[in-house]
Design a protein around this ligand. Structure first.
Ligand code: 4AD
Ligand code: MG
Length: 478
């Protein structure tokens, strides 16, 4: 059966006026008086819903045998009894209602029940808190807030692909199970089939990984970057867009154990090229989303984060700030009395410092560059000063770090010396060193945390509300 989407009708109500169409969706609200009722359904095709007017002329007697669906045909009383959440198909005529909140509605001729909803359906027509909705992740996409979040998430993801595809970046898929720690931070989830109750051990007492599935110790990846660099040194410009995993025990609004990351890698590119690319990418993503999701963005602006649209519009129209770590620390030190964690040169910037820089000082996104090498990953290009690396983090208001990236160390000797300093097992990274041995090239890349990008786009304040089934420290439901 051909169902018309509410999206099609709302885009051109004039074209549908007077026409008989069938729409399938889920009941959002239902009220009736003696001989007339109002059913509002959402069909998932767009943010707008469809108000359906039904009357006691509805005929429930004729059977629906000619229908392709085995649905039951409802009369007025049956329709009036429909609970919120029920799935229905309604056939009727579209009429324009220019004076009403929504400029069109449907006059029902036939109502078919696809699937009834029990009266204890938890999403009744009232505002529920985000905390309450988190207790039912499987049902919350049926609410306005999560309709808007996941539409934006979809559109933003596609915009990022478009941005890179238009510039001939190759989209590559890097492995999720890995034998190397890309960030060298040791926050990895181990992957094993060894029996945890009786782990096989070698003579010296160490776990005998030769008996494990892969014959060695393996984990879920924290980043596709190192594999991405192998692709980049063949294709020049590549990007990944996939899940990554971190066993960070940080119970914050911005940390998830499973999140999606976009990791471009560009050859013949330095730190400045990375920042230019990242800035253009964020602006493209914002612009596309605002263009394609005007109703959703208006909803966020009204109910989630007042000022969101104005802020994002400013971001698209102005240049991001840029400041070196050293200058940023000098600036922040003057405000140490306002911070829980005091700033000094060499410290890792905490969220409170990042947010102070982007919210109070710059009031827009800012790149902080050239961090001390001790607080950054082993692969970052060492600067001539011997103390810092050519790294840059992009900080945005409301969130803090949204992107991390760097120019990569392309000098074999300096890279191996740094790995030795850090006590890394070079034999695990032979493939990575080969990239410096055979045609090494100046190259740079970065990682955008996609959930944080969606938070930034929507104004949603908690990463648990931009992933439908969030995995966070101590929490893995469904
Ligand atoms: O700064 P990170 O650790 O950088 C990397 O992984 C590099 N390999 C990227 C690269 O250069 N190719 O992570 C990149 C981004 C962060 O800026 C943040 O937005 C996001 O990933 N991120 C997280 N998002 C949600 N939950 C977590 N636990 C995250 N950890 C990092
Ligand atoms: Mg980082």
């Amino acid at each position: 059966m051909r169902l018309t989407e509410v999206r099609e009708i709302s885009q051109e109500p004039g074209k549908y006026a007077g026409q008989r169409v069938s729409v399938g969706g889920w009941v959002r609200s239902n009220r009736d008086s003696r001989s007339i009722g109002f059913l509002v359904i959402a069909d998932g095709s767009c943010f707008a819903q469809l108000q359906i007017v039904y009357s006691d002329a509805l005929d429930g007697t004729a059977d629906g045998a000619e229908r392709e669906t085995p649905a039951r045909r409802l009369d007025f009383a049956g329709t009036a009894k429909l609970n919120v959440g029920a799935a229905v198909i309604v056939t009727g005529v579209i009429v324009e209602t220019p004076e009403a909140k929504q400029p069109f509605e449907m006059q029902a001729e036939e109502v078919f029940l696809e699937g009834a909803s029990a009266p204890e359906y938890p999403l009744q027509k009232k505002r529920h808190t985000l905390e309450y909705l988190r207790t039912m992740p499987h049902l919350r996409p049926r609410t306005n807030t999560f309709q808007a979040v996941f539409r934006v998430r979809s559109v933003a993801a596609f915009a990022i692909h478009q941005f890179f595809q238009q510039q001939d970046f190759v989209y590559v898929h890097t492995p999720l199970i890995t034998a190397s720690d890309a960030e060298g931070a040791g926050e990895m989830f181990q992957v094993t089939t060894l029996p945890l109750e009786s782990v096989p051990r070698r003579e010296d007492g160490a776990v005998d990984y030769s008996q494990d599935f892969f014959g060695k110790k393996t984990s879920l990846t924290v980043s596709g970057q190192l594999n991405g660099e192998a692709f980049a040194t063949a294709f020049r410009n590549i990007y990944t867009f996939g899940p990554t995993f971190r066993a960070e025990q940080s119970n914050t609004t911005r940390h998830a154990a499973e999140f999606w990351m976009i990791e471009p890698e560009m050859c013949f590119a330095d730190l400045g090229d990375y920042m230019d690319c990242a800035e253009a990418m964020l602006k493209y993503m914002i612009r596309s989303t605002m263009e394609q999701c005007p109703q959703e963005m208006q909803f966020f602006n009204s109910f989630v984060d007042r000022g969101l649209i104005e802020r994002l519009t400013n971001v698209v129209e102005s240049d991001f700030g840029r400041i070196s770590y050293t200058d940023a620390v000098a600036l922040l030190e003057k405000h140490n009395d306002e911070f829980d964690f005091k700033v000094y040169w060499g410290c890792d910037l905490q969220t409170e410092h990042e947010r102070y820089l982007t919210e109070q000082v710059f009031r827009k996104p800012v790149f902080v560059t050239d961090y001390p090498k001790e607080i950054k990953a082993f692969y970052m290009k060492q600067n001539p000063d011997g103390r810092t690396v050519a790294a840059a983090d992009c900080l945005v208001p409301g969130i803090g770090e949204i992107i991390g990236g760097s120019q990569r160390e392309d000098d074999l000797e300096r890279l191996t010396a740094r790995m030795d300093e850090l006590g890394m097992e070079k034999s695990d990274y032979q493939f990575y060193l080969d990239l410096r041995r055979f045609g090494s090239v100046r190259h740079s890349g970065f990682g955008l945390g996609f959930e944080r990008a969606v938070m930034y786009l929507t104004g949603m304040g908690n990463i648990r509300d931009v992933a439908l089934f969030p995995r966070t420290f101590g929490n893995c439901e469904l």
